[in-house]
Design a protein around this ligand. Sequence first.
Ligand code: ZN
Length: 246
Amino acid sequence: MRYLIVSDLHANLEALHAVLAQSAGGYDRALCCGDLVGYGADPNPVCDWVRLNCAAVVRGNHDRASTGQDDLEWFNPVARNAAIWTLEALTPENAGYIMALPRGPLTVETFQLFHGSPCDEDEYVIAAGEADQAFGYLETRVAFFGHTHVQGGFIWNQSRVETILRPPARGDSQSLPIDPECAYMINPGSTGQPRDGDPRAAYALYDTEANEVTYRRVVYDVAAAQKKIHAAGLPPILADRLSVGR
Ligand code: ZN
């Protein structure tokens, strides 16, 4: 089975469209590691696509916040503003869909999906030390996660945890062979709001027969997404950061 794995779409329809155009024909099932909405100006079209096309989806913290399931006190003012805007913009059907999403980890075939870490959907797994602890909670050898908006992840090779190096800035594809003796926490990166210094939309493909993960990046119409954020009256920084991928 060939999977398309997206995460942290954040209501960015232009980024999602670019990912779908580039990956067309390259996968059998689509999966999502959460944060469908929040920050961007197209929560409904993005949510529609996930609802109609993803075989498995876990919720993210912005999905909870944008459907009134969380106290917004701990969100920074920009994220809070976007969550309140999204709460008003979502159709009842999409809000209901998001509210019913599971928290993860969710097991799909032979691997797992979660948003932050296997024991805490809100935890940011950024460093190898944090990943080392998280590996102890995995029930499968391969897992996909998001939340940090940084493409890459971690490999556990019996004795130690290594950080998976991100694809070089000029390339748009990097393959990672899956060694059955190791364990993997793979972050496909953020489709809708990358924060790893590369503004291109990020995603991953996983071929379970070929035992290979492919990290991918694709250029999208950033200016169109920014224009919609400004028109919606969302905080301008949410548009600005898309240009730099930070
Ligand atoms: Zn996110």
